[in-house]
Design a protein around this ligand. Structure first.
Ligand SMILES: Cc1cc2nc3c(=O)[nH]c(=O)nc-3n(C[C@H](O)[C@H](O)[C@H](O)COP(=O)(O)OP(=O)(O)OC[C@H]3O[C@@H](n4cnc5c(N)ncnc54)[C@H](O)[C@@H]3O)c2cc1C
Length: 549
């Protein structure tokens, strides 16, 4: 049995190595145009930040071997050819042809099973021209060139074009380590628009700004070229000059070969595959080149996640070996780092839910990563998205220095299982002061969302959501001078004094109650509702969430 895999990265190599285990007698050949195969791409921002000495460090095993072609030959029994670019597929003849980058020699490989794992490349629309000062954010070699320029001290100002996952990670890494001026341009009204709604995007934006990054949203880049060894960038008609620019405007699956061979490409731009990850008899595809289905909306989208690429690679090997293939729709678990702040999400945003015709309900919180008695506790901003009518869980967004990733991971399984808000109340988590209080914050968020659904107190993400409102700060007076100062103009009535002082609160205007993190204002609002206050809201996540913006 002859298996030819095109692409020696996450998906292709996982497929080849598993196929070797399942089919010991098969001939397995992996072809890749690059020499730097098997890189952990998620560590590229850290590489740019100087945390790894070389690109090889991003492909070194725990026992010190670089995962190059000889490693795959010796240890995995897989033949990997690097510097070999496949330039045509002949599906009728069951062959691929390739050119050797060193000497231009052409070679033909016959297959019984062909695996397309060609990944995705940086999207560079017309006007964006990669060159000595314009680097592609998805290209490890471009990032290596930029790092060398930074090490030489040849770069003072960098433009990051695009505020998606790659742009934000790279901008944070640059600013954190090199002390250079970094300006990030994002066309939409917020950064990370695919994974965060406005409120939490503001928190992530703050983390970037705290590192010194200038964040310009609503800024459309129309051109980026190298001119006189600098990056000339056009933003909304304004010409700007930087020593370097990084292009992070999304990705394009590398489907040219497959398209030329007559294989179908879907609306997202990825290869269409069936449930067994096949696109034609004997032709399989996996990883970033494939179009997947979003679990919650049923819409097609690109995969763009390394763990998913690996799972698909494994599934294709199973399929070739005649085993059942199982690749469920994608829930979209995701994490990135901005300095000390983690951004972690699962599922879809409220915005994406609306686009898909769902009516979302959102509650926010500012939640601790340890018990509140622990002075070392840190707070994360979180947003829980559910379907208004049914309470079905749609997504979780968490941003902060605490346990954002834990929150998203905890949510992933119930969300995949189609759970509802009520199910989160049954979440059985480990209770220890090092990880939290009696109830996990997800429990608290679900209880809040259920209270809202049942007509209870309404949270707002920002005090300006209720124009002309009286702001009432229910914290102790001693708290107002700490790191979370009072909102100017707010009336201070500590929760314990509300029963005796509620008459000070005007009844002819909307009222917004707030505290440090949310729970006290929720209690205060329940009390005031019993006293006949009607137009009354509370600041979700308290002044703690607001201070993060
Ligand atoms: C900066 C950065 C940070 C990221 N961070 C994360 C993260 O934190 N978490 C996460 O889940 N994902 C992250 N990703 C995404 C992740 O890297 C991808 O999802 C993953 O690499 C996809 O693997 P793949 O094997 O499908 O494709 P790729 O890794 O793109 O590999 C495709 C391979 O195919 C080869 N190839 C293409 N065409 C040909 C041809 N014609 N002939 C021969 N060879 C060819 C290419 O040279 C390449 O080596 C990040 C990506 C980048 C760029």
């Amino acid at each position: 049995l002859r298996i030819v895999v095109v692409g020696a990265s996450t998906a292709g190599l996982k497929c080849a190595c598993r196929a070797r285990r399942l089919l010991p007698a098969a001939t397995i050949t992996v072809l890749d145009a690059r020499r730097e195969i098997s890189l952990a791409h998620g560590a590229l921002p850290a590489f740019l930040a100087g945390e790894f000495p070389s690109l090889d460090a991003l492909r070194t095993t725990s026992y010190g071997r670089v995962r190059d072609a000889s490693f795959f030959k010796d240890v995995k029994g897989v033949d990997v050819r690097t510097g070999v670019r496949v330039d045509a597929l002949d599906l009728a003849a069951h062959t691929v042809t390739a050119v050797c980058e060193d000497d231009g020699a052409r070679e033909t490989h016959a297959y019984d099973h062909l695996v397309l794992a060609t990944g995705a490349a940086s999207r560079a629309p017309a006007g964006i021209v990669p060159g000595p000062a314009v680097h592609l954010g998805h290209d490890p070699l471009h990032l290596r060139d930029l790092r060398r320029a930074l090490e030489r001290g040849a770069v003072d100002r960098v433009a990051v074009l695009g505020g998606g996952c790659v742009g934000v990670s790279l901008a944070g890494a640059l600013a954190e380590t090199w002390g250079v001026g970094v300006t990030l341009f994002e066309a939409q009204d917020r950064i990370l628009p695919e994974v965060l709604d406005t409120e939490l995007a503001a928190v992530a934006s703050r983390a970037l700004r705290d590192l010194g990054v200038e964040v310009r949203t609503g800024a459309r880049v129309t051109a980026a070229t190298t001119a006189a060894s600098a990056a000339a960038v056009d933003v909304d008609g304004e010409a700007r000059s930087f020593e370097a620019a990084i292009v992070a405007l999304g990705v394009m699956p590398r489907v040219e070969l497959a398209r030329a061979a007559g294989l179908a490409v879907g609306p997202s731009g990825g290869l269409i595959v069936d449930q067994r990850l096949q696109c034609a008899p004997g032709v399989w595809a996996c990883g970033d080149v494939v179009e997947v289905t979003q679990l919650l909306t049923g819409t097609p989208r690109l995969a763009g996640r390394s763990a998913l690429a690996a799972r698909m690679g494994r599934a294709v090997a199973d399929g070739i070996a005649g085993r059942p293939v199982r690749v469920p729709p994608m829930a979209g678990s995701f994490a990135l780092r901005i300095g000390e702040t983690m951004v972690a999400t699962v599922g879809i945003t409220a915005g994406a839910a609306r686009e898909a015709g769902l009516a979302p309900a959102v509650v926010w919180g500012s939640v601790a990563d340890r018990a509140v008695i622990d002075p070392e506790r840190r707070y994360d901003a979180v947003a829980l998205v559910s379907e208004e009518r049914t309470g079905r869980l749609l997504g979780l967004q968490a941003v902060g220095p605490g346990a954002a990733v834990r929150r998203a991971e905890l949510m992933a399984t119930p969300l995949r299982a189609g759970a509802r808000l009520e199910d989160l109340l049954d979440l059985e988590t480990c209770c220890h002061p090092a990880v939290g209080d009696l109830f996990d914050p997800l429990h608290g968020l679900a209880a809040l969302a259920l209270a809202v659904r049942d007509g209870g107190p309404l949270p707002v993400a920002c005090e300006t959501a209720a124009p002309g409102a009286v702001l009432v700060d229910v914290r102790e007076a001693s708290e107002l001078t700490g790191d979370l100062p009072a909102i100017p103009g707010a009336l201070n009535i500590p929760l314990g004094e509300l029963a005796t002082r509620f008459a000070e609160i005007p009844r002819d205007r909307p009222v917004v109650l707030y505290c440090a993190r949310g729970p006290r204002s929720f209690e205060g609002i329940c009390f005031l509702q019993n006293k006949g206050f009607l137009n009354i809201l509370y600041l979700a996540g308290g002044v703690g969430l607001r201070a993060n913006r």
